[in-house]
Design a protein around this ligand. Structure first.
Ligand SMILES: *[C@@H]1O[C@H](CO)[C@@H](O)[C@H](O)[C@H]1NC(C)=O
Ligand SMILES: *[C@@H]1O[C@H](CO)[C@@H](O)[C@H](O)[C@H]1NC(C)=O
Ligand SMILES: *[C@@H]1O[C@H](CO)[C@@H](O)[C@H](O)[C@H]1NC(C)=O
Ligand SMILES: *[C@@H]1O[C@H](CO)[C@@H](O)[C@H](O)[C@H]1NC(C)=O
Ligand SMILES: *[C@@H]1O[C@H](CO)[C@@H](O)[C@H](O)[C@H]1NC(C)=O
Ligand SMILES: CC(=O)N[C@H]1CO[C@H](CO)[C@@H](O)[C@@H]1O
Length: 789
């Protein structure tokens, strides 16, 4: 029995995984060597490709890929309780569990083959873990009638009220391709996913099945999110239940979600800012309830864009009125929303303030600014001019991460099969370049988990598909990248002017040691909307195993006035979109680590990275759910750019600033595009910009949370709202700049300009200041929009 099944499994694997000819398919093993079901029972490539991934900077025997049936012995048969087998297997081998807080060296993908997995307690998802269901035959995880616990999948368990992971630091997770079914439970209880997470996390392609109807008796919830610092999710369907999604987080981007027959599609418990795009609500009593805490609102702001309500009594419930507090709280921006199927579009403190029955192009409540003139608004506003190149019909274009479910596993080419070692030691530059040059358009280059050292520019062809096994590390290293005055790209995507089709997903770009002359990615190429994109790929410098920029060497040092340590400099720039680039970037985190993830102290660190995201693109470019944090000069900068959409961006300025003050340590290597705003040795204004917009036009930012939390690691300034003086800089000649749903933290001025700017109509505007004190919200200062026309 055992032998027969085992042999079948191996032969199917061998048959289906011809992608990697030099790498023999690994024999499937499990803790008990027991094989329940042949892994080849679906043709989805995730199930069938050879697995060659190895952790480079940790225990090399760590299994980075586990099959829920063959490795974890889950039956998935719709009757056996799979809880114990799944949890034991997922949590085995020293994974990052309670008390671990974080690690990057215990990653795992848990792949769920087709089937129905019955569970009676939560399946806990450890840190740095992806749950991937079969994308061709979506598996169901179904709660038993007697299910007990927080949610069917729990990303941050509570024990005696204490979380396993710090909610704001609960990074690096995915769940995709599942049906989560609560219909076997009593309607009085049950939740699908407890998703208390932060950056570099995603939910994609999940259906939540809940009991329909039942009025107040029905307490079922699809997603329960109590707090965190997210994040991104898309392509979700919620059927039935009390709340499709119960949301609370600092900031979030949520896209393409459908709610059918729910009482309240989204209950917004609290936030600083939230972007809801492409939301479809059918047959629900309430669409979005953001009215929580009517006497002192807990919701900062919501953007509702490109959405539709059908047979909904109240589309949006809010508590914002002429006198509501906090001043900036309850900010709402509505942009291209079809309310024809809702009698009331916006209800405010029990009154209808916007009737339904039509499509609303643009409507706002909150503080609105044109230049320096602010007003408290609740009503129709002039819609921003949206460049046609950004649009698909009436909506801003979007495209979800490709999962290549239509490709056979033979289409996947393992980078290790092409001679790359990924061992964190070998220089893999030449092997990777050769593999990229050779691969054909109907193949996908697969980066097996590992760490790939790059010592000179890799020229990524203008048409290529690349994906990775739980975020393999692509690391810039060495002399080639050492000159801060002569930066060189690590991965150069196409050449200037190229038209093609580049898709990148599930990779991490890093450095090994200091590479002050490295631009981690330079994007040059363009193509039709959606032809070029990067999804769930992150840029992470320092603070983790293998980076040589860890807390043992670069620990924080707030007590003495000091310069930057030359050994603790990161790179020049994380991401640069050049003038010819046109691409879509979704759920990418451009993070200079503020703290240590692997060494036991988890201490804060002083590492210096020049620039975050530089955009010179003439568009179109779309950035959904991106964050850029802790860079010395700026987090995001537009220079001579146009036709760009960003759906919720998030930034933090460095925690050590101004010890030393910007632009240190880059004062001698500034280039023509860098800020000219750093003047004088002891100028307290010498701080990083959250966002800098220079000589640019047609910029649509829908949701921005730009934070300053520290002054040389001190936090007195957080309460005083003055950790730095300025956060957003607008300079030069600009037109049609739209900062919708802008929140800043502890910056005295929310939007400013040092030298004045000129708008498209030739009018020159001096010294715009949007004061924090005029726009206090629940934590940040918030405005519905700031515009330069
Ligand atoms: C997160 O939310 C839970 C549940 O509401 C609450 O008990 C906890 O104190 C919150 N944690 C933080 C850090 O806000
Ligand atoms: C939206 O999500 C659904 C699944 O819920 C998917 O079928 C559809 O393709 C998605 N739309 C876009 C534009 O990605
Ligand atoms: C809107 O929110 C208020 C305040 O929480 C609540 O009392 C009211 O019932 C809500 N309206 C609807 C239609 O649910
Ligand atoms: C409103 O709530 C916040 C906590 O979120 C609190 O700090 C503040 O004092 C409250 N304001 C009033 C007027 O109650
Ligand atoms: C800085 O000073 C504080 C308070 O005196 C002390 O607790 C801390 O250990 C010092 N930190 C360093 C890095 O020396
Ligand atoms: C709390 C606070 O400072 N509120 C101010 C908000 O802005 C208005 C002007 O629009 C001031 O009148 C409030 O005092």
């Amino acid at each position: 029995m055992y032998l027969t099944k085992f042999a079948l499994a191996v032969s199917l694997r061998a048959l289906l995984s011809s992608a990697a000819p030099t790498a023999a398919p690994q024999e499937p093993t499990s803790p008990n060597g027991f094989i329940a079901v042949a892994p080849g029972s679906t043709t989805y490539w995730v199930s069938n490709i050879a697995r060659n991934g190895v952790v480079a900077f940790g225990d090399t025997s760590t299994k980075v890929f586990l099959n829920a049936k063959t490795d974890c012995r889950a039956a998935g048969d719709g009757s056996t309780d799979d809880t114990e087998n799944l949890n034991a297997c997922i949590q085995a081998a020293g994974r990052c569990l309670k008390g671990c807080d974080s690690t990057t060296v215990k990653p795992a993908i848990i792949y769920f083959p087709p089937g129905t997995y019955m569970v009676s307690k939560p399946i806990v998802q450890p840190y740095y873990t992806q749950f991937i269901g079969d994308a061709l035959q979506i598996p169901t995880i179904k709660a038993t009638a007697g299910f007990e616990g927080m949610a069917v999948i729990d990303a941050d368990p509570y024990e005696q009220g204490v979380n396993w992971y710090t909610n704001q630091n609960n990074f690096f997770r995915q769940i995709r391709n599942f049906v989560i079914d609560l219909t076997g439970m009593p309607m009085t209880q049950g939740a699908g996913i407890h998703w208390q997470v932060a950056q570099a996390t995603s939910l994609q392609n999940i259906v939540f099945q809940m009991v329909k109807g039942g009025g107040d008796q029905n307490r079922q919830i699809g997603i329960f999110m109590d707090n965190g610092s997210g994040g991104f999710m898309s392509d979700l369907t919620f059927n039935g239940g009390k709340y499709g999604a119960f949301f609370g987080s600092q900031q979030f981007t949520t896209r393409n979600m459908t709610f059918n027959d729910v009482d309240t599609a989204i209950f917004m418990n609290w936030n600083w800012l939230w972007t809801l795009k492409s939301i479809t609500v059918n047959n629900c009593r309430v669409g979005i309830d953001m009215a929580n805490g009517p006497s002192n609102q807990t919701v900062g702001s919501v953007i509702l864009q490109d959405s539709k309500f059908t047979n909904v009594q109240v589309a949006v419930n809010t508590s914002f009125t002429a006198n509501s507090i906090p001043e900036g709280g309850g900010t709402l921006l509505i942009d291209n929303v079809d309310f024809t199927g809702a009698p009331i579009a916006v209800m405010s403190a029990g009154q209808s303030v916007l009737p339904g029955g039509s499509v609303v192009q643009a409507w706002a409540q909150g503080k609105t600014y044109s230049g320096s003139a602010g007003a408290r608004t609740q009503g129709t506003i002039t819609p921003p001019n949206k460049p046609a190149s950004l649009m698909q019909g009436n909506a801003i274009f979007e495209r979800s991460k490709p999962q290549y479910e239509g490709y056979p596993s033979s289409a996947f080419v393992s980078i290790k099969s092409q001679g790359a070692k990924g061992d964190g030691v070998t220089d893999d530059t030449a092997a990777i370049q050769a593999a990229m040059d050779k691969i054909t358009n109907d193949q996908i280059l697969y980066f097996d988990h590992g760490a790939y050292i790059i010592t000179s520019t890799v020229k990524v062809p203008k048409s290529i598909k690349i994906t990775g096994e739980i975020w393999p590390l692509i690391m810039a290293s060495g002399q080639f990248f050492s000159d801060a005055s002569n930066p060189k790209p690590m991965w150069q995507i196409g050449q200037p002017g190229d038209t093609g089709n580049v898709e990148i997903s599930d990779l991490i770009f890093e450095t090994m040691g200091s590479v002050p002359g490295a631009v981690l990615m330079e994007w040059n190429s363009a193509g039709p909307a959606g032809a070029n994109g990067m999804w769930d790929s992150h840029f992470r410098i320092a603070g983790s195993a293998g980076t040589q920029l860890q807390s043992d060497k670069c620990s924080k040092n707030p007590n003495a006035t000091h310069d930057a340590s030359p050994a603790c400099i990161g790179a020049h720039t994380m991401f640069h979109a050049t003038t010819t680039a046109s691409t879509l970037i979704e759920n990418c985190w451009f993070w200079l680590a503020d703290h240590e993830l692997d060494l036991a102290d988890h201490n804060q660190i002083d590492v210096f990275n020049g620039r975050g995201v530089l955009i010179e693109s003439q568009g179109p470019m779309w950035l959904y759910g991106t964050a850029s944090e802790h860079h010395v000069l700026y987090n995001y900068q537009f220079s001579n750019a146009k036709n760009i959409y960003m759906g919720a961006i998030q930034t933090e300025t460095p925690y050590y600033q101004g010890n030393p003050a910007a632009p240190a340590p880059f004062g001698n290597s500034l280039n023509a595009l860098d800020p000219k705003t750093f003047t004088g040795e002891n100028n307290p204004d010498n701080r990083a910009w959250g966002l800098r917009i220079v000589d640019s036009s047609d910029i649509l930012i829908y949701g921005a949370g730009l934070y300053s939390f520290f002054d040389n690691y001190g936090q007195v300034c957080v309460g005083e709202q003055n950790c730095q003086s300025k956060m957003v800089s607008v300079e030069g000649t600009v037109s049609n700049i739209n900062l919708m749903g802008l929140s800043t933290k502890a910056s005295v001025s929310m939007v400013s300009t040092t030298s004045g700017y000129t708008v498209g109509n030739g009018k020159s505007v001096q010294q715009v200041m949007v004061p924090d004190t005029d726009n206090r919200s629940n934590f940040c200062a918030t405005v519905a929009f700031w515009r330069a026309e």
